[in-house]
Design a protein around this ligand. Structure first.
Ligand code: NAD
Ligand code: DAU
Length: 355
C-alpha cells in the first residue's frame, strides 16, 4: 500500500478528493491539515477510523513537522491543497494568505525536496508534487476569450496574488532542482461540504434561513462553475498521469453570471422546499456594495487536460446544482454545526486523540 500526502484534506475540495481516493484507488492518504476555521473533519466523518485515512493536525508552515511526516510515512507524492481560499477574507486581512499560501508552500516544497533528494533514481522519477491552484492567477477576462495554460499571470486580489506566487515557486523548484511537479489551475467549484462563506452555500443557507441573498454590485460578474467531484477526478488523473513541469487548466464550460446562479438556486429551492408563504426565494435577493477590485469574468479552456489525459466533467450545471441543493437540504446538521461553531467540538470528540 503506497502512501500520498493530501494537504488541506479537511477543506471543501480536499475532503471530496479523499472521498474519491478512498472509494476508487488503493492509496493510503495522510491528510495534513491545520484545521483553520475552514477545516472540518465532519466532512470526513465516515473515514475517522478508516485504515487508509491517517489524519495529522499540522501546519504546512512548520518545517520540522513536515520533515517528521515525510520520514514517518515516506510518501510517493503530495497533492497540495492547503491554503487560505476566500477572496473577501484576503481583502480584509491578507497576512494569513501570505503565510500559508506563499511561505507554507515554500516550506512544503523544501521538505519535499529534502525527502525526494535522498530517494533512489526510480522512486525519484515516480515522485510527484502536485500544486492545486486557481484560474484567478490569470486575472480577469473581458466579454470574450478563455484562459489557457499559457495565459499571462495577472492576479488582482491578495488571494490570487498569493496563489500566483506559490505557482511560481513550484515552477522554480521544478526548473532549478528538478523536483517533479505538476500544477492545476481550476475554476469555481461547488458541491457538498463547502464553507458557507462562498456564493453557493451562502445563498442556500440564507435562503432557507429567511435571510437576504446579498449580490455584489449588479450581479453580472461571470464565473465558470465545476462540480467538486469532477475537479477531484481531474486531480487524481493529473497526479497519477500528468507530465512533470506541466500545468493543466480545469473547468466545466459553465459560464454563468452571479444572478443566473442565484436564480437557479432559488428555482430549485422553490421546487424542493417551497417558502412557507408561497412566494419565490427570489424575493430575498438584495444588491449590496461590490467587492473591491471584483474580477469581471473567468472562463477556462480545458482542451489540454481533455486531449492529453482524457478528462471531461460528468456533471452538467443543472445536474450538479440539483445535487448540491439536495445535499444541503438533506444535511442541515453539517451547516448548522459550522454556523454555530459546534463543528470544532465534533472534531475534538471524534479526532481529539489524533490531533
Ligand atoms: P478550503 O478553504 O475549504 O480548505 C482549505 C483547507 O486548508 C482547510 O481545511 C484548512 O484548515 C487548511 N489549511 C489552511 N491553512 C493551513 C496550513 N497553514 N496548514 C495546513 N492546513 C491548512 O479551500 P478549498 O475551497 O477546498 O480549496 C482548496 C485548494 O484549491 C486551495 O488551494 C484553493 O486555492 C484551490 N482552489 C479552490 C477553488 C474553489 O472554487 N474553492 C478553485 C480552484 C482552486
Ligand atoms: O475561480 C476559482 C476561485 O473561486 C477559487 O480560487 C477560490 O478559492 C474560490 O473562493 C472562488 O473565488 P470567487 O471569489 O469567485 O468565489 P466566491 O464564492 O467568493 O464568489 C463567487 C462570485 O459571487 C463572485 O463574483 C463574488 C460573488 N458573490 C460572492 C458572495 C460570497 C456575491 O455576489 N455575493 C456573495 O455574498
Amino acid at each position: 500500500m503506497q502512501t500520498i500526502f493530501v494537504t488541506g484534506g479537511a477543506g471543501f475540495i480536499g475532503s471530496a478528493l479523499i472521498r474519491l481516493l478512498i472509494a476508487e484507488s488503493d492509496w493510503r492518504i495522510v491528510n495534513i491539515d491545520k484545521l483553520t476555521y475552514a477545516g472540518n473533519l465532519e466532512s470526513l466523518a465516515e473515514f475517522a477510523d478508516h485504515p487508509r485515512h491517517v489524519f495529522s493536525r499540522s501546519d504546512i508552515c512548520d518545517r520540522a513537522a513536515m520533515d517528521d511526516l515525510f520520514a514517518a510515512y515516506q510518501p510517493a507524492g503530495v497533492i497540495h491543497l492547503a491554503a487560505e481560499s476566500h477572496v473577501d477574507r484576503s481583502i480584509h486581512g491578507p497576512g494569513d494568505f501570505i503565510d500559508t499560501n506563499i511561505s507554507g508552500t515554500y516550506t512544503l516544497l523544501e521538505a519535499a525536496r529534502a525527502w525526494w533528494s535522498a530517494l533512489d533514481a526510480e522512486a525519484k522519477a515516480a515522485f510527484r508534487f502536485h500544486h492545486v491552484s486557481t484560474d484567478e492567477v490569470f486575472g480577469s477576462l473581458g466579454d470574450t476569450g478563455l484562459f489557457v495554460e499559457t495565459s499571462p499571470y495577472q492576479p488582482n486580489s491578495p488571494y490570487s496574488a498569493s496563489k500566483a506566487a506559490s505557482d511560481h515557486l513550484v515552477r522554480a523548484w521544478h526548473h532549478t532542482y528538478g523536483l517533479p511537479t505538476v500544477i492545476t489551475n481550476c475554476s469555481n467549484n461547488y458541491g457538498p461540504c463547502q464553507f458557507p462563506e462562498k456564493l453557493i452555500p451562502l445563498m442556500i443557507h440564507n435562503a432557507v434561513s429567511d435571510k437576504p441573498l446579498p449580490i455584489y454590485g449588479n450581479g453580472d460578474n461571470v464565473r465558470d462553475w465545476l462540480y467538486v467531484d469532477d475537479h477531484a477526478r481531474a486531480l487524481r488523473l493529473v497526479f497519477e498521469q500528468g507530465v512533470p513541469g506541466e500545468t493543466y487548466n480545469i473547468g466545466g464550460h459553465n459560464e454563468k453570471t452571479n444572478l443566473e446562479v442565484v436564480d437557479t438556486l432559488c428555482a430549485l429551492l422553490d421546487e424542493l422546499k417551497p417558502r412557507h408563504d408561497g412566494r419565490s426565494y427570489r424575493t430575498q435577493k438584495i444588491s449590496v456594495a461590490d467587492r473591491p477590485g471584483h474580477d469581471k469574468r473567468y472562463a477556462i479552456d480545458a482542451t489540454k487536460i481533455q486531449r492529453e489525459l482524457g478528462w471531461t466533467p460528468q456533471e452538467s450545471f443543472e445536474s450538479g446544482m440539483r445535487r448540491t441543493v439536495l445535499w444541503y437540504l438533506e444535511n442541515p446538521a453539517w451547516v448548522a454545526h459550522v454556523v454555530s461553531g459546534e463543528y470544532r467540538q465534533w472534531m475534538d470528540r471524534n479526532y481529539g486523540d489524533r490531533q
